[in-house]
Write a protein that binds this ligand. Structure first.
Ligand code: HEM
Length: 149
């Protein structure tokens, strides 16, 4: 049950990041200033979904990982730390900065510099989450094999 919730929280986190990423690229490539501002503002609300999903996948992962040994679990731990650091140090502050600039609107060099950083950090987190998901599926298989009658 815990591993299902863990997997579901991971999937929600990945979907939310993918939605932020695609809507940012589409609005800033094809949209009007108002649409960009709307997307940047909506992303702030989306954090209400992303932050608890991240906390849930990380918290349940660390809790479930206690009984495990091996490279895969160490890699999942390390990735989760990078994902969390990226989120707290780059993604959350960038989302507030970009939303406030887009409201003015002020699409200056700083906006695009921070936007580029956010796009890179978002893609990095998506990839790291995906790798953790892959290793998670492998670990679940290992457990099922070990406990099979
Ligand atoms: C601190 C980081 C994490 C640790 C220590 C961790 C640990 C684990 C462990 C031990 C399992 C096997 C559970 C079992 O079958 O008993 C698992 C499964 C899984 N994990 Fe993680 N995890 C972490 C983060 C993540 C993240 C960020 C994702 C992102 C998507 C993820 C996705 C999954 C998935 C899909 C499964 C398979 C669940 C199932 O099929 O039942 N994990 N994880």
């Amino acid at each position: 049950m815990k591993s299902k919730l863990h997997a579901a929280a991971g999937a929600v986190a990945m979907l939310t990041i993918a939605t932020f990423w695609v809507s940012t690229l589409v609005s800033e490539t094809f949209g009007t200033d108002e649409q960009v501002a709307q997307v940047k503002f909506t992303i702030l609300y989306g954090m209400v979904l992303l932050i608890p999903a991240m906390a849930a996948v990380g918290g349940s992962g660390f809790a479930m990982g206690k009984g495990w040994r091996g490279k895969q679990i160490l890699a999942k731990h390390l990735r989760m730390k990078i994902i969390g650091g990226n989120g707290i140090l780059i993604l959350i502050p960038s989302a507030f900065f970009l939303a406030s600039r887009a409201q003015v609107p002020n699409f200056d060099g700083w906006f695009y510099a921070v936007q580029t950083l956010e796009i890179i950090a978002g893609a990095t987190n998506f990839i790291l989450l995906g790798l953790n998901m892959r290793y998670g599926i492998a670990l679940a298989r290992r457990r099922k094999k070990a406990t099979a009658p």
